[in-house]
Design a protein around this ligand. Structure first.
Ligand code: SF4
Length: 442
């Protein structure tokens, strides 16, 4: 049977493993047993030595790399990461989880893309690890873990309100009694057995509660506990001294995560861009003015919708397709520059949608209709997708001026020297991109 801590590293068993681990100075050291166990993992690809983690720190970075690849890489290869579902490695996994929690909490904000990537990856691992078990073992393990997570023997439905509001779980999927979610068969029978005269109450339990709901609740609760744990570490980090090895890992993650993610951003140009000053070309994020960089990194509630729908949608589309808009009197449509809409679909919209996802809370989770507003600001009417047949139903919205941004989204305008003398983020981008391109050519 798989260990509880392999699914819930925050369990009592997980805490015991951490207590026993002790010396954080060992994180960087090559670990023969780890290498041996990873190599022995069934179906693990071992032909390329760089795939195998050699130390705890290596294991931590690989785990983050796996999360990024799994989410973004269309050619993701599962057997390069098979060891992540090898339960023989549960002690390594638990230590790695806690080490990552510390490194992430001190480096990134709670709502950041990096923190969310880590928390969500834990849920993905839970599902993948449980899927490897037989149905009866899976059920037994889920019940055991849920029993330990319960506060005062119950799970309040309110503790899942974020999951319910994000529509990942419907309130109608849950059986609720006095605010508590009924999950276990004995609770179900205690409460409802007498209600079933012609049908088997046990069968009705399986139909109404079912393992998939339990598994979903389990993973959501662990995600929530992980978030609370990260918050506690963050608060404590101002009062206690952080171990140098954790600080080192945390600094490494600051570079590592964006670098790994950028491999899959199809909307940015590679280094040393080939395009001229204000001609259309792949977007160069290094040339984004501060307000756009702040938007791309994620905006919290307040101006979130306007930042994505009004500011970024117009900026990204004009910066990519028609940066000369303010120097021209022509009336232009997206399809004049992108006739089959491939740039719009493969570069512009992914950038906007990723930025929407980086917001706190992610924009489309609570306001999916904003997708339609984005399409409409590109000139394709109030529809879910860009479609040439709808072009012209609305106007292609031109980029906001600095004045408007300062007025409506002041939290995003943090001018730097690149903003000097300009009145629109698009002009700032054009100038900065020209300078960067020139520098790359010299
Ligand atoms: S001055 Fe203009 S371009 Fe610069 S950050 Fe503010 S709004 Fe953006």
């Amino acid at each position: 049977m798989s260990e509880i801590s392999f699914i819930n590293p925050l369990s009592n068993e997980g805490k015991e493993i951490i207590r026993a681990y002790g010396d954080l100075n060992q994180l960087n050291k090559e670990d023969e047993s780890l290498i041996e166990e990873v190599t022995r993992t069934p179906n693990q690809k071992i032909s390329d030595d760089t795939i195998i983690p050699k130390s705890y720190k290596d294991f931590a970075l690989k785990r983050i790399q796996w999360a990024i690849e799994k989410k973004n890489n269309k050619n993701y290869v599962q057997n390069e990461y098979e060891y992540l579902i090898n339960d023989e490695l549960y002690k390594y996994d638990v230590v790695t989880f806690h080490v990552l929690c510390q490194a992430i909490a001190i480096q990134f904000n709670l709502g950041s893309r990096e923190t969310r990537l880590f928390i969500e990856s834990q849920a993905t691992l839970i599902h993948e690890r449980l899927a490897k078990l037989t149905p009866s073992l899976r059920e037994e393990l889920i019940d055991e873990i849920l029993d330990e997570i319960k506060v005062d023997g119950t799970i309040k439905w309110m503790s899942l309100k974020d999951v319910i509001s994000s529509k990942k779980l419907k309130l109608s999927d849950l059986l609720i009694e006095n605010g508590n979610i009924i999950l276990q068969q004995d609770e179900f029978l205690d409460n409802y057995e007498s209600e079933f005269i012609d049908r088997s109450p046990e069968r009705m339990y399986n139909i109404l509660v079912g393992d998939s709901v339990k598994e979903l609740i389990l993973s959501r609760l662990i995600m929530q506990k992980t978030e609370e744990y990260l918050e506690r570490i963050k608060n404590m980090s101002t009062r206690v001294e952080i171990h140098p090895t954790i600080l080192e890992l945390s600094e490494e993650l600051k570079e590592f995560i964006p670098t790994e993610i950028s491999k899959y951003n199809q909307y940015y140009e590679g280094s040393g861009g080939i395009y001229g000053s204000v001609q259309a070309g792949k977007l160069n994020p290094d040339a984004f003015p501060p307000c756009i960089q702040n938007t791309v990194n994620g905006v919290s509630s307040g101006g979130r919708n306007d930042a994505i729908v009004l500011l970024l949608t117009s900026f990204a589309s004009y910066a990519r397709l028609y940066p000369m808009i303010f120097a021209s009197d022509e009336t232009i449509k997206v399809s004049d520059l992108d006739p089959d809409l491939t740039i719009t679909e493969n570069e512009i919209l992914p950038l906007i949608f990723d930025a929407a996802d980086n917001c706190t809370p992610p924009l489309f989770e609570d306001q999916p209709q904003e997708k339609i507003n984005i399409i409409s600001k590109l000139g394709f009417g109030m529809h879910e997708k860009v479609d040439i047949n709808h072009e012209g139903e609305t106007k292609w919205y031109t980029p906001m001026s600095c004045e408007k941004i300062k007025l409506h989204l002041p939290q995003l305008c943090k001018p730097d020297k690149s903003c000097k003398g300009i009145n629109n983020p698009l002009s700032c981008y054009g100038r900065k991109k020209f300078q960067l391109d020139k520098k790359a050519k010299d």
